[in-house]
Design a protein around this ligand. Sequence first.
Ligand code: NDP
Length: 290
Amino acid sequence: MKTPVTVLGLGAMGTALARAFLAAGHPTTVWNRTPGRSPELDELGVTRAATVADALAVSPLIVVCLLNDDSVRTTLAPAATELSDRTLVNLTNGTPAQARRTADWAAQQGAEYLDGGIMAVPVMIGGPAAFILYSGSEVAFERHQAALAELARPQYVGSDPGFAALHDLALLSGMYGMVGGAAHALALVSSEKISPTAFTNDLLIPWLTAMLGTLSQIAADLEYGAAPGAAGSNLAMQATAYVNLIDASVDQGVDPAMVTPMGELLDRTVAEGHGDEDLAAIVRLLRKVS
Ligand code: NDP
């Protein structure tokens, strides 16, 4: 028999996780604060627990996917004694500090702990493009890796329980930078009679795709140091050109709120004497901010 699994939380994501476990043949028990959520799971053979304690009692593998850290703590605390000898996998979005605190708390209850960061939207769960970052107990990861693989490709990023959240939030930073930049780009072109769809499909996506290739070089410069004068697009040049981006936005009646901070960072990096370097110098500047 496949490992029995409990899923706490039947929001959009928790429901997708429970559905994937059921589809893979795992006996699946669920609990949700508001009873009766996601009735479609009943046809798939889910077991509904009346209480959190009941839900924890029946499975060695407990997957938690609630709104935030507060909801995880208030949900688990009253049933803490049932966590002994369980593996607690917390897929709720949170910070590294929250993950480390929950890991310590879980250890006090006698549970193995894995923190996770879901790199997917619910419809991707169980599909090939989804992956989930895990950190914490390596023993627990190895024991339950096959079951967790039913949800998404599992990627273990270290024994520090905070590392999954750190990687998750770093990846989200990259995503929000991209979508924020794209939002500003679309505001600019739609200030004129330019098709946002054609602009996006014919120009923006190919451009961003091509620029993705530069990220590896920035990372390598950061890690190993760039050769002197290696920057093909030095920051002093970029800071000068960037002013046009702000001015054109204002001229077109577009709020520059999204793009102004990057201009300020470019200016600061140049002012600190790094105008002949590349974007790795901005990373160094950011890391100085505590
Ligand atoms: P939803 O808003 O759809 O669901 C929230 C869930 O949390 C519900 O089950 C809700 O229960 C429960 N909940 C909220 N507050 C409490 C509380 N105080 N006590 C107990 N239960 C509570 O969110 P998602 O399912 O989409 O997201 C869940 C987690 O997954 C979040 O941390 C999110 O950041 C993360 N995530 C989501 C992604 C997505 O695209 N959806 C992508 C990657 C990560 P009730 O039904 O009673 O309200």
